[in-house]
Design a protein around this ligand. Structure first.
Ligand SMILES: [Zn+2]
Length: 292
């Protein structure tokens, strides 16, 4: 399991001279949504994980990536065959490993009957067993259906997953991401989910040649497959909103294969697939910054 407190411990162990850490806002239950800023470059890449409670392996992946990348950059070493120092000077990474810490806590630890938010959830959602099913935030809104891009409620009431909320950006977790993206105006973003070994680069089936080209490179680096959905509406996902708002490349990467929650024993394999994928996106970002 990779819960919020383990993530905070791992983030606090980072080298503060290399990676700056700060909160981008609070979750509904008051947990700080943490961001790691690594690098000095003009290119800006946004990475985010655990929009969904059961998908905490994405958080473990992102924190491990930053930890190992910052060490290579500080020591002047090569990292998966790349010049880590050159990347550090070419790209600034903003990484939010756990967008939905309340949802991860519910998926990992289940319901705490002493907590008012949790008691209210039982009343509104009508289930009692939340462990190993919970994807939404602490009031049953699916953060990855809450962004303002062809938003739809999808379901008409709070649920373990797929309820889009009362209106777009109704949730503090969604607004924290939106505010950060509007402030930093990233060149590119990747939203990490699990699972499937798939890369998505479209907004409702539409994509630019550059996005598809980058997705194909990331697929070659990871062994994952580029997927273009046909005939399905996406309803308020983060990458959808990013593409719509900024007209820049946004991706969803579905890490690993199997059934959620993916076990922590899958981390080594998932890391070996996704570290090269992230480095591929970083090179692309450095290139965009040089040429625009
Ligand atoms: Zn997800």
């Amino acid at each position: 399991m990779y819960c919020y407190s383990v993530m905070l411990d791992d983030i606090s162990a980072l080298d503060k001279t290399v990676t700056e850490t700060f909160s981008i806002g609070k979750s509904l239950m008051g947990r700080e949504i943490m961001c790691m800023k690594t690098g000095n470059g003009a290119g800006k890449l946004f990475l985010a994980g655990a929009y969904h409670g059961l998908e905490y392996l994405t958080s473990a992946l992102l924190v491990r990536f930053i930890s190992e990348y910052e060490r290579s950059a500080a020591n002047g070493e090569r990292f998966f065959g790349c010049d880590a120092c050159a990347l550090f000077d070419g790209v600034t990474l903003f990484t939010v490993p756990m967008v939905n810490p309340d949802g991860v806590d519910i998926a990992v630890n289940g319901i705490d009957l002493t907590d008012e938010y949790h008691r209210r959830l039982i009343r509104t959602v009508g289930i009692h067993d939340f462990k190993n099913v919970w994807q939404a935030n602490a009031r049953g809104v699916d953060i990855n259906h809450n962004f303002d891009a062809d938003w739809d409620r999808v379901l008409d009431k709070p649920s373990a997953s797929k309820y889009g909320g009362e209106y777009p950006n109704s949730e503090s977790e969604t607004r924290a991401v939106v505010n950060l993206a509007r402030k930093e105006r990233f060149d590119m973003m990747i939203a990490f989910h699990s699972q499937g070994g798939e890369i998505y680069c479209d907004f409702n089936g539409a994509y630019t040649p550059r996005s598809l080209e980058t997705a194909k490179r990331m697929a070659a680096a990871s062994g994952y497959e580029v997927k273009i959905p046909t005939g399905t509406a996406s309803f308020g996902g983060c990458k959808d909103w990013f593409i719509k708002e900024f007209h820049r490349p946004g991706f969803t990467v579905e890490i690993g294969r199997g059934k959620n929650p993916l076990p922590m024993s899958d981390l080594d394999g998932v890391y070996a697939e996704n570290a090269p994928l992230i480095l591929c996106a970083m090179r692309e970002c450095a290139h965009i910054a040089q040429t625009t």
